[in-house]
Design a protein around this ligand. Structure first.
Ligand SMILES: C[S@@+](CC[C@H](N)C(=O)[O-])C[C@H]1O[C@@H](n2cnc3c(N)ncnc32)[C@H](O)[C@@H]1O
Length: 261
């Protein structure tokens, strides 16, 4: 049974643009006693936290967790038990590759009240920012969100045959380190090497960078890029609609369409 007056709000901060916060998230940020946030939450959103509110950064970086998940769980339980209104702020949506569900399970186990406040996930924010529909009649009948990174850096063990479906949009989170392997396996299992890819870094923020490419070149193009921040890959025919698409030299093999322009 829940005890005490404390409550933890597992809140999605969206992909970065403060205007993409839900009204509920914005309201909770203003009324929280303490905000516990991840590195991925944009500074523009942290700026919305009132000056008098305690802020605790438990920032995680790929393969480097300054505050282990177990300690974050304990911290949330402790704060709630001291009757605080806690906003646990996570980039995007807390239940999409955000470990929000693990925290919710721990809070339940300790009888702590909590609420989930969904956020706009990176796939939606980044695709919309570039006018890319994740589904589109005639181009994509479905969409799949994938992690490009496994626990303890284990090899990605996916149903590659099932993933290599030209009518499905694939959105790869946390895929920068493994994109060469991912692209290669998709091609080996039947996707065209010319399949369009939109790559977005720091999507929806002032620091946004992006490139459009094709599967056979995506790893090299990202390696050549100066991307500095979280990177998302949108793979599929719909990526050919990206508004950032520029006509390319025919000899490069890159796509040269901008169907929504
Ligand atoms: C741990 S996951 C968290 C995902 C988050 N819960 C969500 O729903 O968007 C982190 C990954 O999300 C993606 N990501 C999050 N925000 C992003 C942004 N603003 N631009 C590009 N990719 C982003 C990147 O792939 C990053 O490596």
């Amino acid at each position: 049974m829940p005890n005490g007056n404390g409550c933890v709000y597992l809140v999605g901060a969206g992909p970065g643009d403060p205007d993409l916060l839900t009204q509920k998230a914005a309201r909770l940020l203003k009324s929280a006693d303490v905000v516990v946030f991840d590195r991925l939450v944009s500074p523009e959103i942290i700026d919305l936290v009132p000056a008098g509110t305690a802020r605790l950064c438990v920032g995680k970086e790929p393969s480097h967790h300054p505050v282990p998940q177990e300690e974050i769980n304990q911290l949330l339980v402790r704060l709630a038990r001291s009757n605080r209104k806690v906003v646990r702020l996570k980039g995007g949506d807390p239940f999409i590759f955000g470990r929000g569900s693990e925290e919710a399970i721990e809070l339940t186990r300790h009888g702590v009240r909590f609420e989930i406040v969904p956020g706009i996930t990176a796939a939606q924010g980044c695709s919309a920012a570039h006018h890319v529909p994740l589904t589109h009649r005639g181009l994509a009948t479905g969409v799949r969100y994938l992690t490009g990174h496994c626990r303890q850096d284990l090899e990605l063990d996916f149903d590659w045959q099932g993933l290599a479906d030209p009518d499905t949009t694939l959105v790869v989170y946390m895929g920068r380190a493994n994109i060469a392997d991912i692209a290669n396996k998709l091609v080996v299992h039947g996707l065209s090497p010319d399949m369009p890819v939109l790559v977005v870094c720091n999507g929806t923020t002032q620091r946004e960078q992006c490139l459009t490419t094709v599967l056979s070149r995506v790893a090299a193009d990202v390696a050549d890029s100066k991307f500095d921040g979280p990177v998302l890959f949108i793979i599929g025919k719909v990526a050919g609609l990206a508004k950032v698409m520029e006509p390319r030299d025919e000899t490069t093999g890159d796509i040269a369409v901008n169907a929504l322009a």
